[in-house]
Design a binder for this molecule. Structure first.
Ligand SMILES: [Zn+2]
Length: 454
C-alpha cells in the first residue's frame, strides 16, 4: 500500500514538510485494519477460548463496517499529496534536486529538460528555493521556482501536471525592495572583503565598475582600505532573492577617498549612471577605438574612394582588424538601427546623449539578439569585424555624428561628462543629501560598535 523507503527518503531529505503528516495517516490506517481484523475475528470465532481476552471487542459495536470500508477505499483511491521544499546546493543537478524533493517521475524530468520554458528550471543557483507538490509515489503534481533573467527581472516558473502531460508557465513577479548598507575592510582582496561583509556577488562586481576609473583593483588596493555601500536587495516572503543596484558608495583607497552615487537622469532618458556627490557624471568619454587592438587604416579626410575611385569626404575612421574581431559600443546608448545598407553592409547605429550617434559598418555579423531599442553599455560587444558592403578587406568603418553631421572622432571635442539640467540637478541634490545622511549614520554606528568592542 505504501513504500516506506520512499517515504523515509522524502521525510529525511526535506527541510519543510507541509501538509498532513504521512506517519499519522499510516498509523490511523493501520488502526482501521486492526479494528476490521478484530471484528472479523470476533464474528467468525466467537467460540475461541481466548475470545474474551480480545480487548478491542468492546469497541466493535461502535464501528460501522460499511463506513470503514469506504474510508479504506477512499484512502486507496486518493493518494496522499505533499508539498515539499528544497534549497539548491552547489554541485546540484536537476536529478539530485528531484531526488531530494522525493520526485520519482521520468516523464516530468524529461519535460523539464526539453520544454523551452520549463528548461529554465536548470538555472540551479545555489541557495535558490524550489517547491513541489508530489503524490506519495513520487509523481509530480507541480513544481515552482524563481528564475532570473539577464536584465534582473525575476520570474516565477511553474511546471504543472496536466493529465498525462505537463505545461510550463513563467511570469514576472513583484519582489519587495529593500535598501541595505554595508561596510567592508580590505584584508586580502575586494571579494574576500565583500564576502566577509555578506555583500551579494552581483553587488560586489558593481563596486569594481563604480570605481574602476579611479582605482585599479588589481594593483592599487591596500590592506585597511575601507568601503561603504548602499544597495538594493529584493525579497520574496521574507527570503532574500537577489541583490540589486548600488545606490551609493564610498571607497577609502590609501589616502584618497572616492564617492559615487547612482542617479536616474530624466534627460536624455538613456538610463541612469554614477555621479560624484557634486553632480558630475562619472561616465567616461567615448572610447577612442571600438576595437581593442587595431590600427587606423584610413582617417577622416577627403580621399579617393577605394572602390568608386571618386574623391569625396571619408566620413569616418577605418580600423583594420581581422574578420570576427569584436566591436565594442564606444559609449552607453540605445540601439537606433541594426540593418544592412548598400555601402555600409551590416551596420549598427547607437544613439547617445547630447544628440550624438555612432555608427559601426561592414560587420561580418551582429552580436546575438541585438535589436533596435536595446540599451547598451560602453564596452558591450555589438558586432564583429567583416567586409560586408563596399569594402576592400575586413575593417571597421566607425562614424561619429553630432546632430546627424559626421565629425572626426579623433579630434572632435566630445562632451566627456553628461551634465544634468536644472530640474535634474535639484532632484539630484535631494538624492545626494539623503545618501550623505545615510553614510553619516552608518559611520556613527561603526564608531559606536568600535567603542563597544574596546
Ligand atoms: Zn571607412
Amino acid at each position: 500500500m505504501f513504500n516506506s523507503d520512499k517515504f523515509n527518503r522524502i521525510r529525511n531529505s526535506t527541510h519543510h514538510f507541509v501538509g498532513s503528516s504521512r506517519k499519522t495517516r499510516i498509523i490511523s490506517a493501520s488502526a482501521l485494519f486492526l479494528a476490521v481484523c478484530a471484528f472479523g475475528a470476533a464474528a467468525v470465532a466467537p467460540m475461541a477460548p481466548d475470545a474474551s481476552d480480545i480487548p478491542v471487542r468492546s469497541i466493535v459495536h461502535e464501528l460501522d463496517l460499511p463506513e470503514i470500508a469506504d474510508q479504506i477505499a477512499s484512502l486507496e483511491q486518493s493518494p496522499q499529496m505533499y508539498v515539499v521544499e528544497e534549497k539548491i546546493r552547489s554541485g546540484d543537478t536537476l536529478g539530485t534536486v528531484l531526488i531530494r524533493l522525493g520526485i520519482d517521475d521520468d516523464a516530468a524530468e524529461s519535460f523539464m529538460k526539453s520544454d523551452p520554458v520549463a528548461r529554465n528550471v536548470l538555472q540551479l543557483k545555489s541557495g535558490k528555493r524550489i517547491q513541489a507538490k508530489i503524490r506519495e509515489d513520487g509523481q509530480l503534481q507541480w513544481l515552482s521556482m524563481l528564475t532570473d533573467e539577464r536584465n534582473d527581472t525575476t520570474k516565477n516558473l511553474v511546471v504543472t501536471r496536466d493529465g498525462e502531460n505537463f505545461k510550463a508557465n513563467e511570469a514576472p513577479i513583484e519582489l519587495e525592495r529593500r535598501v541595505e548598507m554595508h561596510t567592508g575592510e580590505i584584508q586580502s582582496s575586494l571579494f574576500a572583503a565583500t564576502d566577509a561583509a555578506q555583500i551579494p556577488d552581483n553587488v560586489a562586481r558593481q563596486i569594481v565598475d563604480m570605481f574602476a576609473t579611479d582605482i585599479d583593483f588589481a594593483s592599487d588596493l591596500q590592506r585597511g582600505d575601507r568601503f561603504d555601500v548602499v544597495y538594493e536587495t529584493f525579497w520574496q516572503n521574507g527570503e532574500f532573492v537577489r541583490g540589486g543596484r548600488i545606490l551609493a558608495g564610498e571607497f577609502q583607497n590609501g589616502k584618497k577617498n572616492y564617492k559615487s552615487i547612482w542617479f536616474d537622469d530624466m534627460e536624455p532618458r538613456l538610463g541612469g549612471g554614477y555621479y560624484t556627490f557634486e553632480g558630475k557624471s562619472l561616465k567616461k568619454a567615448f572610447l577612442k577605438s571600438p576595437i581593442k587592438f587595431s590600427r587606423i587604416s584610413s582617417v577622416f579626410s577627403m580621399r579617393k574612394h577605394p572602390i568608386s575611385g571618386q574623391w569625396k569626404q571619408h566620413t569616418g575612421v577605418d580600423f583594420a582588424a581581422s574578420t570576427g574581431t569584436p566591436i565594442h559600443a564606444s559609449a552607453d546608448g540605445v540601439v537606433e538601427m541594426v540593418a544592412t545598407q548598400n555601402g555600409y553592409g551590416n551596420i549598427v547605429v547607437l544613439k547617445h546623449w547630447s544628440n550624438i550617434t555612432t555608427a559601426y559598418a561592414h560587420m561580418s555579423r551582429f552580436a546575438a539578439g541585438l535589436h533596435k531599442g536595446e540599451r547598451v553599455s560602453q564596452g558591450d560587444v555589438i558586432g564583429y569585424v567583416g567586409s560586408t558592403g563596399w569594402a576592400t578587406g575586413p575593417h571597421l568603418h566607425y562614424e561619429f555624428r553630432v546632430a546627424a553631421k559626421a565629425r572626426d572622432p579623433m579630434s572632435v571635442d566630445i562632451p566627456s561628462v553628461q551634465t544634468l539640467n536644472s530640474a535634474d540637478l535639484k532632484r539630484f541634490h535631494a538624492v545626494a543629501g539623503d545618501m550623505t545622511h545615510r553614510f553619516v549614520l552608518l559611520h556613527q554606528e561603526e564608531n559606536a560598535l568600535k567603542l563597544a568592542l574596546k
